[in-house]
Write a protein that binds this ligand. Structure first.
Ligand SMILES: *[C@@H]1O[C@H](CO)[C@@H](O)[C@H](O)[C@H]1NC(C)=O
Ligand SMILES: *[C@@H]1O[C@H](CO)[C@@H](O)[C@H](O)[C@H]1NC(C)=O
Ligand SMILES: *[C@@H]1O[C@H](CO)[C@@H](O)[C@H](O)[C@H]1NC(C)=O
Ligand SMILES: *[C@@H]1O[C@H](CO)[C@@H](O)[C@H](O)[C@H]1NC(C)=O
Ligand SMILES: *[C@@H]1O[C@H](CO)[C@@H](O)[C@H](O)[C@H]1NC(C)=O
Ligand SMILES: [Cu+2]
Length: 239
């Protein structure tokens, strides 16, 4: 009896500690990481409850990777309303090996699988090379193995930019990228390249627009500025 109540207490403690976990995922791990290759998330299957934080650590040096939400049906294409870290290019180590780039994603719906991939295509398609992952896969439903196998057959990878808020998981900020070792690149947003295709679908409580950043490559915004600039010059010439 006494042993039973100890077990019950332990079980209750396990349930409590299952809330708001912190999980670390290595992105583009080093070749000498156990079971690791360059084009991988380690681990690539994660279970995490609402409120938990997944910390993606960019540990592959050199590396140039993203964490981009997709769907089971289209493993290497950004999901409508999906999250996207943008590309984090890490070309050298920090002096003590700590303080590498990282990105935190918080789980907002643990009831549905959250599929993701790396959208980098240099020097080869990372998504098709195995760099995919899933949070909260459902036993007996779509499997990670099937997702990765489908990704391996993909011939081109979507380069559009998702937002910070995704479906079932969201970030509150862009990746932390120490400027002395790494650079953040953001692509044109999906809504800019394909109007209407990324409509609603974003999680409640936030928009899906990429937040403005500091030293980042904002291709779409730059083009918009050029267009606006041209329009102003044109208008001035008419006047
Ligand atoms: C735990 O997650 C919930 C959301 O499910 C959030 O409201 C709460 O602030 C989180 N607690 C901590 C300590 O992060
Ligand atoms: C890293 O990826 C971004 C986005 O694809 C690209 O613009 C940049 O040139 C890449 N950096 C290197 C060193 O390949
Ligand atoms: C990064 O630096 C740390 C500390 O000097 C070292 O332990 C680690 O092996 C280095 N990693 C790479 C990929 O060079
Ligand atoms: C990510 O979350 C962890 C706690 O889980 C925290 O220690 C760390 O500072 C956060 N990193 C960033 C860049 O917000
Ligand atoms: C997590 O949050 C989602 C969205 O609010 C909700 O549908 C789901 O039931 C929550 N999960 C649990 C275990 O309560
Ligand atoms: Cu990658």
């Amino acid at each position: 009896m006494r042993f039973g109540s100890v077990l019950a207490t332990l079980a209750a403690a396990a349930v409590v500690s299952a809330q708001n976990q912190s999980v670390t995922v290595n992105v583009g791990a080093e070749a000498n990481t156990p079971n690791g290759g360059v084009y991988q998330f380690i681990p690539n299957q994660i279970t995490a409850t609402n409120g938990s934080t997944i910390t993606f650590k960019f540990t592959g040096i050199p590396g140039n990777h993203s964490i981009t939400q997709s769907t089971f049906a289209s493993p290497c294409t950004g999901a409508p309303g999906g999250f996207d870290s943008g590309w984090v290019e890490l070309l050298k180590n920090t002096t003590d090996g700590t303080g590498l780039p990282e990105w935190n994603l918080t789980i907002t719906n643990d009831q549905t699988p959250i599929w993701f991939f790396c959208k980098q295509v240099l020097p080869q398609l990372h998504c098709a090379s195995g760099m995919v992952g899933v949070i909260n896969v459902k036993p007996g439903a779509n499997s990670f193995a099937a997702f990765q196998a489908a990704a391996a057959k993909v011939a081109s990878v979507d380069q559009s930019q998702g937002g910070l808020v995704g479906n079932g998981a969201s970030a509150s900020a862009q990746p932390l990228v120490p400027s002395e070792v790494a650079t953040l690149f953001l692509g044109a947003s999906a809504s800019a390249t394909a109007p209407g295709s990324s409509a609603s679908g974003s999680a409640p409580g936030g928009s899906n627009t990429p937040a403005p950043g500091g030293a980042v490559a904002l291709g779409f915004n730059f083009n918009l500025l050029v267009i606006l600039g041209g329009a102003i010059i044109g208008a001035t010439m008419v006047l």
